[in-house]
Design a protein around this ligand. Structure first.
Ligand SMILES: [Zn+2]
Length: 256
């Protein structure tokens, strides 16, 4: 497993080896920088791709691959323009989903949050601010992001949030440390739709459906207008394949 701990350990050993080569066999001094270049490349990729489990262990799919169930997840809401349409489509198809909500959006739109909860969807924590600078937050600030969002859900819904998805899927040692002080479990995804990019609805749907398997966790955003149409197409596809869209609570039951 390529974890931050292992890669850092390997870089230190290679660096010490390079120092020995430079001192005792007159090797060129630039070789001492190579282990750190190697460390930097792995750490950059591992921090931006949550599926590497580089800094922390996240769940990316159900272990039951033979299942006919998948979890459709929406990040960045609640959004007053898009979320009601998403909820309408889910209701029409009798499907349940998971909404990884931003704390400050939850505070602004408590009625939408209540509607999600009343319609049996699972609510997850997606930080309080979703700041672009979150990758540089220290542990205390990150912990405050998690706790504020948990507290808002508790105040509005009376529920304790169980799942957390990092903003942008970015992880680092501060996020790992902050999460470890909560009861939250980290959830990634096995299929990323890229529904916030300028790609047609048909291409987005195909991108998801061509690789879908039972147990998948699909990443969508209830901040993107075209996601409403993508969801409609996806739910029709699932119906045709006799598959079912369920919440993360149901998909990962007894697995975490
Ligand atoms: Zn997000």
């Amino acid at each position: 497993m390529l974890s931050f701990r292992h890669i850092t350990g390997a870089a230190i050993i290679l660096f010490l080896l390079s120092v020995v080569l430079v001192v005792f066999v007159d090797a060129p001094t630039y070789i001492m920088t190579l282990p750190w270049l190697f460390w930097l490349v792995f750490t950059a990729i591992g921090s931006f791709d949550i599926r590497w489990n580089y800094h922390l262990q996240a769940v990316h799919r159900s272990s039951k691959q033979d299942s006919k169930r998948v979890a459709v997840t929406f990040d960045d809401g609640p959004n007053p323009k898009i979320t009601p349409k998403i909820l309408d489509v889910l209701k029409k198809h009798n499907a349940t989903a998971t909404f990884f909500c931003v704390g400050q959006q939850m505070k602004k739109h408590p009625q939408l949050l209540k509607r999600m909860h009343d319609e049996q969807h699972t609510i997850g924590n997606h930080t309080f601010s979703h700041s672009n600078a979150m990758g540089f937050f220290g542990k205390r600030r990150m912990l405050s992001e998690l706790q504020q969002t948990n507290n808002i859900a508790k105040e509005i819904l009376g529920v304790t949030l169980r799942w957390f998805r990092p903003a942008f899927g970015v992880t680092n040692p501060a996020i790992k440390s902050a999460v470890s002080e909560t009861e939250l479990h980290v959830v990634g995804w096995s299929i990323r739709s890229f529904d916030t990019l300028p790609i047609s609805e048909a291409s987005l749907t195909q991108r998801i459906t061509k690789r879908i398997r039972g147990g998948d966790i699909i990443l969508l955003h209830d901040s993107s207008e075209k996601t409403v149409a993508v969801l409609e197409r996806l739910l029709l596809f699932l119906h045709d394949k006799r598959m079912e869209a369920v919440s993360i609570d149901v998909l990962l039951k007894n697995q975490v």
